[in-house]
Design a binder for this molecule. Sequence first.
Ligand code: ATP
Ligand code: MG
Length: 473
Amino acid sequence: MKSYPQALTNPIFKLIGQIADEKQLSCYVIGGFVRDFFLKRPTPNDIDIVCIGSGIDLAKAVAEKLPGSPKVSIFKNFGTAMIKNASFELEFVGARKESYQRNSRKPAVEDGTLDDDQKRRDFTINALALSLNFKNFGCLLDPFDGLIDLDKQIIRTPLNPEETYSDDPLRMIRAIRFATQLNFKISDLSLAAIKQQSDRLKIISKERITEELNKIMMSERPSIGLALLHKTDLLRFILPELIALEGVEEVEGQLHKDNFWHTLEVVDNISAHTDNLWLKWVALLHDIGKAPTKRFDKKIGWTFHGHEYVGSKMVYKLFKRLRLPLNDKMKYVQKLVAMSSRPIVISEEFVTDAAVRRLVFDAGDDIDDLMILCEADITTKNTYKQKKYRGNFVKVRAKIQEVEERDRIRNFQPPISGELIMNTFSIGPSKKIGLIKEFIKDAILEGKIPNQYEAAFELMLEKGNELGLNVTQ
Ligand code: ATP
Ligand code: MG
């Protein structure tokens, strides 16, 4: 049996092994930690420990020996216990054997051997275990050839795939998540089994699905996972709005691009520039309004008029359905989807200061993210067009910087307050105050006056006069 004590240099493993020896329990580290060690990836801080016996008792004994005797969180229903400190998160579980009912992913559980426990794991590469007991410290237990699969870069289930996925359909999306994160292939048998029972995803809670989906989104190339979700039909139950973008139609010899595959490219492009999950969501949803707005116009060809607005209106329902947060993150996504064509429109024309000031005013602090989105949105394979679009954005960016330095529009604070207007004209709160403020703001954005107090004060007097207000000292 091959031994890998070099995986277990963290002293916590010796300690757990010693305590298990005292209790005469066999005990192993299993799952992601072992997998990532063999992949030479940074090993994760969440570490899964399995023992033949009570995982809860072992966790309690380990916690007593740790400095400061950290708290043990016990999840009785699952038979698991967790110890968390600043540097790791240890999860203990007793080895178990599971049997599943058809309509639930909550199995009936009984105690089992290590082999039973490895069988119930999702993938061979996640079933690798290293022994922690003194007599065989670091020995690898790999009954399903997970090491070979790591080498072949393949996602495969320990048991027959139909059963594994049917027992817990969350594994279908986990397979795709791991394939995306690791850039592995899913075995043909697995892929066929997933496709065949894709509709069983329905019994999985939206929260769990979204958690996996977000891990796909956070990968370097989310398109791997998104394409697999589509290929296996799982996407129908997650994001049908995206599927509606697939396909190319031709009328009178005019084609539009396939907005599904375009979107996947945009998500990959943006992933090269950001780790912001919500900006990635913007990229994923930036064109969803194109399916409901698609029209063919005899004069101008295909149009998607107002798709940014329609798309941004679709975000709330979609976020709610997927149990994504309905807070400022959602508002950010809505805003950027709604604004997703603005820099493009500007760049197509002569880039005026006024247009850029309006853009910066509306985008505020999100202007940089919006520009990243627009650059990621360039997926044309026509090198001439590509060069042209990129060149246009270079101009827009330069103009943004110029306008910013001069006019400080990004976090625009009106130079004239409502209070000052009320005092100057001795009036109470009224509609006219809003009108005057709006008038001043527009004048600044249009470049008619500078973003300064004196000029704005003058304009306030002028506009007040026009509205029939008198200055009273
Ligand atoms: P990461 O933490 O990087 O997402 P991981 O492999 O540690 O990867 P976890 O979700 O933390 O994944 O799960 C820990 C281990 O528990 C897995 O390696 C796997 O052995 C097992 N596991 C998790 N979820 C399932 C499941 N739905 N079915 C079977 N085994 C599972
Ligand atoms: Mg983990």
